[in-house]
Design a protein. Sequence first.
Length: 617
Amino acid sequence: MCGIAGVVGLADGNARVARMLAAMRHRGPDDEGIVQVAPGLWLGNCRLAILDLTPAGRMPMEASGAWITYNGEVYNFADLRTELERAGWRFRSRTDTEVVIAAWVAWGEAALRRLRGMFALALYDPRRRELVLARDPLGEKPLYYAVGSGWFAFASEVRALLASGLVARRLDPRAVTVYLYNGFSVDPLTLVDGVRALLPGHYLRVGEDGRVRSVERFWLGPFAESPGERVSPESLHARFEEAVRIRLVADVPVGAFLSGGLDSTAVAGAMARSSPACRTFTVALPGSPLDESAWAREVAKRLGTAHSEVKVGADLQSWLEGALGALDQPSFDGVNTYLVARAVREAGLTVALSGLGGDELFGGYPFLRHAWWLARILAALGPAKSPAQVLGRLAALSGPGKLLAALEVRERELLAVTSYQATQVLFPARHLAQLQRDPARDLVAGLPEEFVAFLQEEVRRTSLADRLGHLALRIFCGQRTLRDTDAVSMAVSLEVRLPFLDRLLVEEAFALPGAVRLRGIPDKPLEQHVVGPLLPPGYPRREKHGFTLPFAEWLRPGGLLHEFAASRLEDDRLARRAGLRPEQVRELLGRADHVPWSRLWALVALLDWVARTGVEA
């Protein structure tokens, strides 16, 4: 796992890349390299060594004249390496990096579809005299870029592009509206004007003159890929167990996050089968009803793992600065993951497995049920002309087929998006108009039009249930939890691996009808069937709830975070720099006992990020 950076079309590229690497050295404290691979084209890498800890793994790496700087892990690299060796390739290291560059030289763009893992990479191909950027299908690893007059720059983090000096520290007001609506930014926008995120499953080609030649997809989404065989709970079980096993390959210590819930217990159970010295970690909130530590402790005991707890209490303030500073872009989430990631790293581990993604695959979110009912109601209301017709249509609804039969394809897509987003909105439109000085108007349910087009391309001819599950995967997971998990874990130089988001497992799970896969929301009966053999005997199943910290309590007057929150929310100059109306921000703080904690914390995170980065409207 690493931080990558590079520039095209600049004579002083070495210095620019050096600044970018310095801004994200936390992503790779073990090694660093910068190479000029063509006139004006520089590649850089700061390395967190996971496989082959010797200098043979140094990046940027060259093979057959091609150069790569790479961030991620390709878990099927051993199989690809064997295939390439049979074709005559000779390897100099034990890294997956060298396998990736060899695959590109041998197979070109087709290699991207064969990589099973998480990755963001930049590869210079001398045959075409172009730089290729690519991002993994689920978007586990971030990749950002900026384009100027005769130059192109990219990096693993927005803060690195800011450090390059090529990008103005100016807020994108459209992205701020998206952030306030959702509580996080949404690709391809970033909070910084002129900095874009490459969409998941895409690759971008840049000429040596710094001009973007094309942006193309290499993965069309989970519905487009057929597993080629009948999917069953048994086949999903085998695929999941394999997904965990291949994520244990490392030359450094590996552990797991454990909350005691179904997803993390399944990961730890599969891990314990393959690794007798399995270590697990959980966050403890003494005295809080949200405390999960007792459940995790019991599961760890039954699995026989070496278990550690991170106790959060009066010392939270000392962790807060690190948690917010870890966020490359602001988010109202992520602090919880930072706490456990930091504890794992301080325990001497470099890799941790997480159960993230299980809720998206198998319907662990109650809001999916709410979105389903809202979509049914909206579909019934649409063509109706009287209350009697509305009631009649509601009574006639019996499933997604009849519900959507009269709607055009585009209307079906927007119906799912609108219904889903209505259950997730942080600041609705009327609040946005009061809070932001100039809110964007060209959004679709709080999402950039470019991202909605990306979603629509993946869900043609699918049911409403499938569409809603897909939105949870692409928005809740892809735009929120994955970005936050990458940022806060890499801030402490920890690699987090996600078995539930194995590409082949996702494709096979989505081959099942959504009504089957998501049945029983939020208790996930299908997942319980799939992972049942991995659960410890007498596994103490409990009511589903998320990994949440008691922010509502902490933000109230007298709470652990109220004073810090007030220092940000009462700063009128800071609010104006963020393009917000100071009086409205203060008004929200004054009603801290009655305002949803997520709204307050989203504003705190935004204003703190503005203060730290110097970016302003």
